[in-house]
Write a protein that binds this ligand. Structure first.
Ligand code: TNX
Length: 673
């Protein structure tokens, strides 16, 4: 069979929003720009947007679909001649497109001999916008007249510095204790990682000014005191992290004065007295939808430390992949860590037909955990259960009731993606996995997920229904059985409150939470883990994502809260509602200013505030195929969150933040051009 050369095949995609009573359409055009005809093929695409199974497609039939992966078949005996275009019009999407990253981000042809041809593909265009597509972090220029003389993010509790001295060439920290020495080492590694060429830490032979690190009692675990007195710079703290944070503040002041000498100063006298207002200042990263290698994670941790963020919530599993090595179940990574044409998990979210993906070995995780610890960051691993388990179920089918019939779909369009809470085998497997995980993560806090279980989950499982009957009675079990094959999740995640699915999920969570507690671990969960109030509130915490009201209500019910409402703290949400902005906007859009000014505990009562652990930003990775999109969506919003978690509300100032934000590091260094 002769086929056109891959370069001669191009896929263009176009979004036509609904207008003047016309329905919307998503149009895919495959162009044969070569000299050979093309036949006996199908077209496979993936990207965040999903073709809905229930709707109309013209020009092709859908032969396979899994979440956002779709395979289109041309009409029988179709030949795409040289110079011709095959047009497919899709009138059925699970949600309408709003941003340029919503459409197909990869495409390939599957040929009848089993081989594939990768297509060159451009971002989806919108028929109503021809604005240049935005990628890369927004630029925050340092203004000539900054409102402050020293450049520090997050802004400290108390800053009283004065007069200018010549900028030191760099610093030579002088430690007096093990904590000070450890902080000196981690600070040297941190600045080498983030700003190698600047030589912030250097020897006195190279002109460094000494910085005395003095151990002193009475400081909180992250607090420090930094003082300037002529030639003498001193940091007092009572912990490694306190010293590290004092050094970070010093390094930030130095960088501002060095890079913008006309704007910022290096103080000659005065002091900074500092500690955070919130204990939990976190970032969540989804490494299932897109894989991030150990080097990316380590750099991200360095960026967290520079922002004085102290928790990394590592979302290690989801429908699309499993990312952590587990000795007892090698298939979890052999099967679950990879996507590709013909594999158990097909290409999704822009991944290619070739086998791509990856996972973290135990050795890599130990190294990352040690690196994080040295930077004052504790890591919370998440294994998302009992929903979001499609990849896990591909690797370990025993997590399903073998007699299960019918189908239910998750909000992301995965069928039957929940592990079965009524099976003993499930607990044996989950406890084995968690035991291995506990060994790896010394912070002893394990997040179990528990988000977005579909209303119809397990409604076709005889084992689950029998169990439901025994714990909740006839009526509930009967009602649940009737959900079989009923389409739900059509307008966002189901609210499962009070349903059979919620009762079964609660059974699962209470069992696993007790297991974790027996191993000395705190259990984390998304807000849905509160259904049925079965987990022990003194040994757990929740991440609330729907809105501020939900957070306050859960705090009222006695849960320890990490607040992360999707509308503002989900960093996969676009900066603005425009087509040329990348990202999603199902929960809302927010630029850095809106995020900065958002009050995460607005309207909370004093007793609810007692339950606040802190806040975190969440990076979900569906649109992050392109890392320039990552930098745009994450920075400087991450620093805006860091300042909200650290700085007292009365000391916050968007004007100051905006003047300093441009000094903060990006992960990939990709700026808007
Ligand atoms: C919701 S809210 C999710 C994730 C998605 C995200 C995309 C929650 C805990 N889960 O599975 O990646 O939306 O924005």
């Amino acid at each position: 069979m002769s086929v056109p050369r891959p370069k001669a095949l191009r896929l263009e995609t176009l979004w036509n929003p609904p207008a003047d009573g016309e329905e919307f359409s998503y149009v895919l055009r495959l162009k044969n720009l070569g000299t050979e005809p093309l036949s006996n093929f199908s077209l496979c695409v993936s990207g965040p947007g999903r073709v809905d199974p229930a709707g109309r497609v013209e020009g092709a039939t859908v032969s396979q679909r899994l979440s956002n992966f779709t395979e289109f078949q041309p009409p029988a005996n179709f030949v795409l001649s040289a110079g011709e275009t095959w047009t497919i019009s899709v009138y059925a999407l699970s949600w309408q497109f709003r941003h340029w990253t919503d459409g197909a981000t990869s495409g390939y042809l599957a040929l009848s001999d089993g081989s594939t041809i990768v297509l060159s593909i451009e971002p989806t265009r919108s028929s109503v916008s021809n604005a240049p597509l935005k990628r890369g972090a927004e630029i925050y220029p340092v203004p000539v007249n900054a409102p402050v003389q020293v450049s520090i993010i997050p802004w400290p509790n108390h800053v009283a510095v004065a007069s200018r001295r010549p900028l030191p060439a760099g610093f030579a920290p002088q430690a007096q204790s093990a904590a000070g020495e450890a902080a000196t080492r981690s600070f040297a590694a941190l600045v080498e990682h983030l700003f190698a060429v600047e030589g912030i830490v250097r020897s006195e032979a190279e002109g460094a000014v000494p910085v005395a690190l003095k151990d002193a009692a009475g400081y909180g675990p992250e607090a420090y005191w930094l003082s300037f007195e002529g030639e003498t710079i001193t940091i007092e703290a009572s912990s490694q992290t306190g010293f590290l944070y004092g050094l970070v503040t010093l390094g930030q002041i130095w960088r501002g004065a060095r890079l913008h000498p006309e704007v910022f100063q290096f103080p000659a006298t005065g002091e900074i007295v500092d500690e955070p207002s919130m204990g939990w200042r976190g970032l969540h990263l989804d490494v299932a939808r897109q894989f991030y290698g150990a080097a990316e994670i380590k750099k991200l941790l360095a960026v967290l430390a520079w922002n004085k963020l102290n928790r990394f919530h590592w979302h290690l599993s989801d429908d699309e992949a499993w990312r952590v090595e587990i000795d007892a179940y090698p298939d979890l990574t052999e099967v679950g860590a990879w996507r590709g044409h013909g594999l158990a998990v097909p290409p999704l979210l822009g991944s290619s037909p070739a086998r791509t993906g990856g996972y973290y070995t135990k050795a890599a995780i130990r190294e990352i955990v040690g690196h994080a610890k040295s930077l004052g960051v504790e890591i919370v691993p998440e294994i998302d259960m009992p929903g979001h388990c499609y990849a896990m179920l591909q690797a370990i089918p025993e997590l399903r009731d073998p007699a299960e019939v019918g189908s239910y779909y998750s909000v992301q369009g995965f069928p039957d993606n929940c592990i079965n809470p009524a099976r003993e085998k499930t607990y044996e497997i989950v406890e084995t996995i968690l035991s291995e995980l506990i060994e790896l993560f010394p912070f002893k806090t394990i997040h179990l997920g528990a988000d977005e279980v579909p209303l119809g989950a397990w409604s076709g499982s005889p084992e689950a229904l029998e169990h439901l009957l025994s714990v909740a009675g006839d009526e509930v079990a009967g009602a649940h059985a009737k959900r079989l094959n009923v389409v739900t999740n059509t307008h966002g995640a189901d609210d499962i409150h009070g349903s059979g699915a919620a009762i079964l999920q609660a059974e699962f969570l209470s069992h696993v939470q007790r297991f974790l507690a027996s191993k000395g671990c705190i259990t984390g969960g998304w807000e849905e883990a509160a259904h049925g109030d079965v987990i022990d509130r003194s040994k757990s915490y929740l991440c609330s994502w729907r809105n501020v009201e939900v957070s306050a209500e859960l705090a009222e019910r006695g849960y320890e809260m990490v607040v992360c409402p999707g509308q503002v703290y989900y960093l996969d949400m676009a900066l603005r509602p425009d087509w040329d902005e990348p990202g999603a906007s199902w929960a809302g859009t927010s630029d850095a200013e809106k995020l900065y000014n958002f009050d995460p505990i607005g309207g909370w009562t004093a007793s609810q505030k007692q339950k606040l652990l802190g806040i975190q930003a969440c990076i979900w990775s569906e649109p992050m195929t392109d890392r320039a999109v990552f930098d745009r969506l994450v920075f400087p919003r991450l620093s805006a969150l860091a300042e909200t978690g650290w700085t007292k509300p009365s000391s916050k100032s968007w004007e100051r933040f905006r003047a300093l934000a441009g000094l903060m590091p990006l992960l990939y260094g990709l700026q808007q051009s």
